[in-house]
Design a protein around this ligand. Structure first.
Ligand code: FAD
Length: 386
């Protein structure tokens, strides 16, 4: 192998996972993160079997499972509470060894950070240029430091400056048509189930329960990009306050300042490659997708393990990158398409006739068929790192 040092741009879930993978195969790795403190400020996240298997390969699966809660019960409902589909976490567990697990993002992020040597993380450092020399060079601005490495991993998120530099003709992210508000409750609540999604016209409310009794909830609305509310919690009470239990109780258990509000963007135009020269794009930088399948971070974790395994076995960095692109691009782009489609048939649907047809189809779908559909994305087997 003609390389053993890497610079990872971005210290999100994808960048940290990539750094852990590289560290595990014996590479020297530096993570460059522009934020001054390294933490993922999002609310909660669900991890499916594919993401958890990737975490196992990175050596952090057990720690993540211990800090997460298995999502055994729940499903999809109408605003009046009628079940459209029930989720059977035990069936998933029998099929792929685990139910979906729910965990606060901050906890997942901390567990990933803990798996890296402290000196591998440079915070408050913005990568501002990428020179494709051989070996690859990335420039960190604050101190003017130049980090030279054999490989650069661009894990700099949906707005990826690295992607813009490497693919200047690519149009970048597009607005999905939906905006999302979310929070973690201030104190334990009893939502009755582990995980639910409720679909009304052009709107969704969902929750994930955590091991400590708190829950994360999210509300998705079809609205123009940039729409903001003076009092988000009051607006959500107005829109969702008459929906079934536990929705009003979840809103009541939330501090107004805890509500996060983001417009949902995605990389609708697929990238022609996940690599360019000695750079690999990974996570949202490569395939930002709508959150409708809960797969964005899981795909980033798959990317990380696949990249590290390719570098561990291929004769050259270029050969490893070719393998990474061939393995990851079809998969990541297929999951992104499926997520977009799930959003269109789910939360985004607003015409009453279309909603009635969808709801009938969902009620008539046998739970085994529904489980098979979920498993299509979850049944991924990672390459071995050790
Ligand atoms: P990011 O987390 O965006 O990290 C990029 C990092 O790069 C940031 O820390 C940024 O500061 C840094 N950076 C950017 N530019 C530079 C630079 N020039 N120099 C240095 N640093 C830089 N996925 C799931 O698997 N399950 C879920 O349940 C789920 N729920 C979701 C719910 C919502 C509402 C949303 C929006 C997404 C959800 N996702 C979910 C998707 C998931 O959150 C993302 O796919 C994942 O966090 C992407 O991680 P990343 O590391 O690629 O990017």
């Amino acid at each position: 192998m003609d390389g053993n040092s890497a610079v990872v741009v971005g210290g999100g879930i994808g960048g940290l996972a990539a750094a852990i993978g590289l560290h595990r195969i014996g590479w020297q790795v530096t993570v460059v993160e522009r934020a001054s403190t390294l933490e993922d400020a999002g609310a909660g996240i669900s991890l499916a079997a594919n993401g958890l298997r990737a975490l196992d390969e990175l050596g952090v699966g057990e720690a993540v499972r211990n800090a997460a809660r298995g999502q055994y019960s729940g499903g999809t409902r109408t605003p009046r509470g009628r079940w459209l589909a029930r989720m059977d976490g035990s069936a998933l567990e029998r099929a792929v060894g685990t139910p979906i697990m729910g965990i606060p993002r901050a906890t997942l992020h901390r567990l990933l950070r803990d798996a890296l040597p402290a000196e591998a993380l440079l915070t408050g450092a913005e990568a501002d240029s990428l020179q494709q020399v051989s070996p690859g060079t990335v420039r960190v601005d604050r101190s003017g430091t130049v980090l030279e490495a054999d490989l650069v991993v661009a894990a700099d998120g949906i707005g990826s400056p690295m992607r813009s530099r490497l693919f200047p003709a690519h149009p970048g992210p597009a607005y999905s048509g939906s905006t999302v508000l979310r929070a973690i409750t201030e104190h334990p609540v009893d939502p009755g189930t582990d995980f639910e999604l409720t679909w009304g016209p052009g709107a969704e409310f969902g929750h994930i329960a955590f091991p400590d009794g708190r829950a994360e909830w999210h509300a998705v609305l079809n609205l123009p990009a940039g729409t903001r509310f003076a009092d988000p919690l009051a607006e959500l009470r107005r829109r969702f306050g008459t929906w079934h239990d536990p929705i009003p109780a979840l809103l009541d258990a939330t501090r107004p300042t805890a509500v996060l509000h983001h417009d949902v963007h995605e990389l609708r135009t697929p990238l022609p490659s996940y690599t360019a020269g000695r750079t690999a794009l990974l996570g949202d930088a490569a395939h930002a997708m709508t959150p409708n399948l809960g797969q964005g971070a899981c795909q980033a974790l798959e990317d990380a393990v696949t990249l590290a395994a390719a570098l561990a076995t291929a004769p050259t960095v270029q050969a490893a990158l070719a393998h990474y692109d061939a393995e990851r691009r079809p998969r990541g782009q297929a999951v992104a398409r499926a997520a977009r489609q799930a959003g269109r048939m789910g939360q985004q649907l607003s015409h009453p006739v279309a909603i009635a047809l969808r709801n009938t189809a969902m009620r008539l779908t046998p739970s085994r068929a529904a489980t098979r559909m979920i498993l299509r994305h979850h049944a991924w087997v990672p390459p071995r790192l050790n």
